[in-house]
Design a protein around this ligand. Structure first.
Ligand SMILES: Nc1ncnc2c1ncn2[C@@H]1O[C@H](COP(=O)(O)OP(=O)(O)OP(=O)(O)O)[C@@H](O)[C@H]1O
Ligand SMILES: [Mg+2]
Length: 332
């Protein structure tokens, strides 16, 4: 390359690229540039490369442009923040009202109690319940860098729910794509510290579930069912949806499993007993345990003081569930 041609090409470069130029060679119509890309984000690198190509394309001596971006290795090896490998646990069911949200809250609280860093996403856009269950009603998340910052709860579990973004009681009439967009925003919040994200899914197998499966690929799914046959058939459908999406089903939790009489403590089985365990066997998945139908669980849920944060056999049932889930995650 004549130095004249080289100097001419250098003057054609945009200032930002010229400042980073390490070398420029022109040989048989091919211009080869090496640029120092230290500290540039992927998008900025691409933009710089494109601007270089455009600047040199007009020169008569240049038939082809090759741009090599070199990053300083020591800088590249030290990212600003160690990335947390975040694992999503989806809590779903085929049928509504079986206690997904209650199980999701208490699972998250029990995991946090056992020392895990957990966040909770309320993916039920149409009927959000996590603000109530975690006692964070009335709190509004702020946005930072265009992403939502989760709301802190008293139980060591930060949370994002549409309930924090809309007024209580206000009907939410999102269309499918908008609802999926809303779920995406909740999941893409600043969850930086959370190693586990528990996601409370809406009932059924609609758009939101699909977005979850396709876009965020949960590490595993927990299926909640009541013991009666109808709920179990729906649970099987939910399990099939996860399996189709390539999301492993961790197992089935039987909720409202035995009624504990608040007066005499006697246990009865209004919805039958043991059905979910049998269904888990049929589905070839694990049975993760029973949570009894206990009026205290409902009351504590409504009061925003999750059962898993307290003491007693019900708190222990959620703690046992959390241990199973944590063990499953650790074994992956
Ligand atoms: N084990 C339990 N004992 C007593 N009440 C319970 C239990 N589990 C859930 N509930 C109550 O049952 C109702 C439904 O529970 P929850 O909202 O968790 O169900 P869900 O499956 O999330 O419902 P949806 O499909 O509407 O989202 C709530 O009032 C809750 O407090
Ligand atoms: Mg719910």
């Amino acid at each position: 390359m004549t130095s004249d041609a080289g100097d001419r090409l250098k003057t054609l470069l945009p200032e930002s690229a010229a400042a980073r130029l390490q070398s420029l060679r022109l040989s048989e119509g091919r211009a080869t540039l090496v640029l120092d890309a230290t500290g540039l984000a992927a998008g900025d690198r691409e933009a710089m490369e494109a601007s270089v190509r455009q600047a040199l394309a007009g020169d008569e001596a240049v038939a082809e442009v090759r741009v090599a971006m070199m990053a300083d290795k020591s800088a590249a090896a030290a990212p600003e923040k160690p990335a947390v490998v975040q694992k999503i646990i989806a809590v779903g069911s085929g049928k509504g009202g079986v206690g997904k949200s209650t199980v999701a809250t208490n699972l998250a609280v029990a995991l946090a109690r056992s020392g895990r860093k957990v966040g909770l996403v309320d993916a039920d856009i149409y009927g959000p319940s996590q603000a109530r269950l975690l006692g964070t009603e009335g709190q509004k998340p702020v946005a930072h860098d265009n992403r939502l910052v989760p709301v802190a709860s008293q139980w060591g579990v930060p949370v994002l729910s549409m309930a924090h973004l809309s007024d209580p009681g206000q009907a939410i009439a999102w269309r499918g794509p908008m609802a999926s967009g809303a779920v995406t925003q909740l999941l893409e919040g600043h969850w930086d510290d959370a190693e586990i994200l528990v996601v409370d899914l809406p009932p059924g197998t609609g758009d939101i579930q699909l977005t979850m499966l396709q876009k965020f690929k949960p590490a595993g799914a927990v299926i909640v069912s009541t013991p009666q046959d109808l709920a179990l058939m729906d649970a099987t459908r939910a399990a099939e949806l996860f399996a189709k999406g390539g999301v492993p089903v961790i197992g089935v939790v039987e909720n409202m499993a035995g009624y504990i009489c608040p007066h005499c403590g006697e246990v009865s089985d209004p919805f039958g007993a043991g059905g979910a365990e049998a269904a888990a066997r049929t589905m070839d998945t694990a049975f993760l345990g029973r949570i009894p139908l206990d009026i205290a669980i409902r009351r504590e849920g409504d009061a925003g003081t999750p059962t898993a944060a307290g003491e007693g056999p019900q708190a222990e049932a959620f703690a046992a569930l959390a241990r199973s889930i944590a063990d499953w995650l650790d074994s992956r």
